[in-house]
Design a protein around this ligand. Structure first.
Ligand SMILES: *[C@@H]1O[C@H](CO)[C@@H](O)[C@H](O)[C@H]1NC(C)=O
Ligand SMILES: *[C@@H]1O[C@H](CO)[C@@H](O)[C@H](O)[C@H]1NC(C)=O
Ligand SMILES: *[C@@H]1O[C@H](CO)[C@@H](O)[C@H](O)[C@H]1NC(C)=O
Length: 529
């Protein structure tokens, strides 16, 4: 009975899709780890609506499980050096958890960049594995995809789209400190009130902060240049057989789906082909497993604290883990800590360690008082969705920036991973739990998040289907893409007007001098007469 019902429901959906003639074929260029968790939600929504979704997955994937049965199809890209990427990633995590927190932020950003440079080799293999593999390209070409959905963090997706002549949609939080959106996507970002990503500033800046913001903006702008851009410019030009640049190819994205929304962002100018779909993966909480529910209930009126450093950080130094555990021991709440390292010696009875926790269900539990998070976008959004105040321990990538936003909105306290003491962690927790403003602000963000005319996931799906139906979204594309940088800033016009003004001033002064002289002479002549 049940399966029959299910089948007829699926048939109905398919009929709906076939009936309206909008069933399509979607090709996906993903990025592994937390990005994939977010993207998968969109892809599953697309298959639910009857579209056929194929994911180009690297043979060496971490959490993209292409061997499991799924509603998604996978096209596996063979890569020559198995294990290379995983090794590099582990090296990076070591750096990110142990070295980067000790550095000033811009140096940490530089370290991240160095890691990305190392990953270039891997991305090149991956890209060649698709673009120069005749059998894969032939198969992709023959399938006649309607749209590509691309996570730009791993290069090449846009190149595949260009080669297949398929319109594409980006999904991202930001890329290269926001320079890609700004220069390749033409998203305006006046440095006077749009804080540079990773700068940790807010939209209300003092004069000194504005100086910092402009300097950071210059730093990131020129950072983009040496970043192996030249390599990719050349790679793309060779593959396409015409001179082009990475940025020009990226700028062809029809729609940019950004993983934030106005509950998180500071108000800023944006373009019609940018859609803010933050929190699209959030869902109401489901009941907890029995053992966890019992532990949660045992917390009584004090409630619980949920603690996770995300899917990438599995391990801390023993010293740090002990310090954290003894900080957690000093609060009356029960703590559920997702941690895969060795059990710290100072772990108290109020804290339990889990390999994995049902994070969303815990955050939505009425007993949850606070969330200790590394500040990944997915976790932050689950916290906003359920209105839970946060203690942020950011480490790398967008995490500092995410926590800075939540701090500015009054929903989080930041603790420095490197310098923190047990007492600092305890005090931060007490602040967000016992000062009512943090809970109120978190609830305010939650209300803003829930009060949207169309849900973020529906908007993401809408725009992907829109691009399929109309073979692009050219009517939303700003003409800025066809201007040079000096035309964009009207420097040519300003130059021209200045030149005109200078000419006029020059002519007027010349005339004046001439007539003055003449007048002076005639005056003298008159006197003599
Ligand atoms: C091209 O891709 C196919 C299918 O994934 C694979 O079997 C083949 O070995 C690849 N060819 C080359 C030259 O890498
Ligand atoms: C944790 O780190 C230690 C040393 O840094 C390492 O030997 C161990 O394998 C790591 N454990 C996990 C689960 O990653
Ligand atoms: C921009 O340039 C492209 C190719 O260079 C051209 O096809 C397009 O029509 C131009 N768009 C505008 C608005 O001038």
């Amino acid at each position: 009975m049940l399966s029959e019902k299910w089948i007829s429901a699926v048939l109905l959906l398919q009929l709906y899709c076939l009936g309206s003639g909008s069933c399509g074929k979607v090709l996906v260029w993903p990025c592994d780890m937390s990005h994939w968790l977010n993207l998968k939600v969109i892809l599953e929504a697309l298959t639910d609506r009857g579209h056929e979704v194929t994911v180009l997955a690297s043979q060496e994937s971490l959490i993209i499980d292409y061997s499991k049965p799924s509603t998604l199809n996978f096209e596996v890209i063979p890569i020559p050096q198995q294990g290379d990427f995983t090794n590099r990633l582990n090296g990076f995590l070591e750096l990110a958890t142990k070295v980067m927190p000790t550095l000033p932020r811009w140096q940490a950003a530089k370290k991240l960049q160095e890691f990305l440079l190392q990953v270039t080799g891997y991305m090149k293999f991956l890209c060649e594995g698709v673009v120069y593999n005749q059998s894969i390209m032939k198969k992709l070409r023959e399938t006649k995809y309607d749209v590509m959905v691309i996570d730009p963090v791993i290069h090449c997706g846009e190149l595949v789209a260009e080669l297949l002549e398929v319109p594409f949609v980006y999904t991202l939080r930001f890329f290269m400190g926001g320079t890609v959106e700004k220069y390749c996507g033409k998203l305006p970002a006046p440095p006077s009130y749009v804080p540079v990503i990773m700068g940790g500033l807010t939209d209300r800046m003092t004069f000194l902060e504005r100086i910092k913001n402009v300097m950071l903006s210059l730093f990131f702008d020129f950072w983009l240049e040496p970043y192996d851009i030249q390599f990719w410019d050349q790679f793309y030009s060779e593959a396409l057989g015409r001179p082009t640049t990475l940025c020009e190819t990226m700028g062809k994205a029809e729609i940019w789906l950004l993983r934030t929304y106005w509950d998180f962002e500071f108000p800023r100018p944006y373009l019609p082909n940018f859609e803010f779909v933050g929190g699209l993966h959030c869902k109401p909480a489901k009941p907890l497993p029995k053992e966890i529910e019992e532990f949660v209930q045992s917390s009584g009126e004090h409630g619980i604290v949920v603690f996770s450093l995300g899917s990438m950080v599995r391990n801390l130094t023993e010293e740090k883990a002990n310090l954290i555990a003894s900080g957690l021991a000093q609060i009356p709440q029960k703590v559920l800590w997702r941690y895969q390292g060795k059990k710290p010696d100072t772990l108290a009875a109020n804290t339990r360690i889990y390999d994995w926790i049902p994070q969303n269900d815990l955050l939505g539990h009425p007993k949850t008082k606070a969330f200790i998070t590394h500040g990944g976008t997915n976790g932050i959004y689950e916290s906003i969705y359920h209105g839970v105040p946060m203690v942020g321990v950011p480490m790398f990538a967008d995490q500092h920036d995410n926590i800075a936003h939540m701090k500015a909105k009054g929903a989080a306290v930041e603790v420095n991973m490197h310098t923190m003491t047990s007492a600092e962690l305890r005090d931060a927790l007490k602040t967000v739990i016992y000062e009512p403003s943090y809970k109120e602000n978190a609830m305010r963000l939650s209300r803003i998040h829930h009060d949207q005319p169309v849900k973020p996931l529906d908007r993401a799906v809408f725009w992907i289907e829109f691009v399929m139906r109309h073979k692009g979204a050219k009517h939303l594309r700003p003409a800025a893409h066809n201007l040079t940088w000096f035309q964009y800033h009207s420097l040519d016009v300003i130059g021209f007007l200045l030149a005109c003004m200078a000419t006029v001033i020059f002519l007027v002064t010349k005339c004046c001098l001439f007539s003055c002289r003449k007048f002076g002479r005639t005056g003298k002549k008159k006197k003599r007469e």
